[in-house]
Design a binder for this molecule. Sequence first.
Ligand code: GAR
Length: 208
Amino acid sequence: MLNLGVLASGRGSNFQAIIDEIEAGRLDAEIKILIVDNPNAYAIERAKRHSIEYLYINPKEFPSKDDFFIKIADELKSRDVELVILAGFMRIVRKFLIDAFPNRIMNIHPALLPSFPGLHGQKQAVDYGIRISGCTVHFVDEGMDTGPVIIQAAVPVSPDDTEDSLSARILKLEHKIFPEAIRLYAEGRLSVEGRVVKIKGYELKDEF
Ligand code: GAR
């Protein structure tokens, strides 16, 4: 059983997708704690509903960003967390946390990286006028959305799409590939060679 720690800032629908996979018996993991940086994050309601411990850590209470991430790392370590999940956590993770969990932090991004990193990946795609976008699960390094890619899934983009319509289409796939990436990790099938993630027994799929 893999011990997870989840960091979120808002709605928490990816957090919910992971909870659902665990509760359905399809993911051999336990969420030891949800940490939020926003006291109004709806993710808190989801944690309460599923009896998951949660913690609000206010970044303003710390003298520096490093201290904030040191506190997060301490809380995760004290609960024996093995893999950290960034489920809509809207901050760039600092070196201290990355060093505490090397290649053990996963993020979901709503675009096909390395295209459209940073905030509003879906709006960036619509504004650019591309015809295919999607989402990416990757390990976190010190850059912004630059770490080794684990899984990606693609969706078509219509010339008439808005940020909202494209976001909804991408989100459905996020909810599939994030638990899938965690499952691969839990099964010990992921390794990182340079910036390439090797996956034991990887099956090419035409679509997710
Ligand atoms: C998701 O679309 C996720 O990909 C995105 O925030 C949303 C969170 O939704 N993350 C980023 O843009 C990170 N740069 P959720 O709170 O419902 O999971």
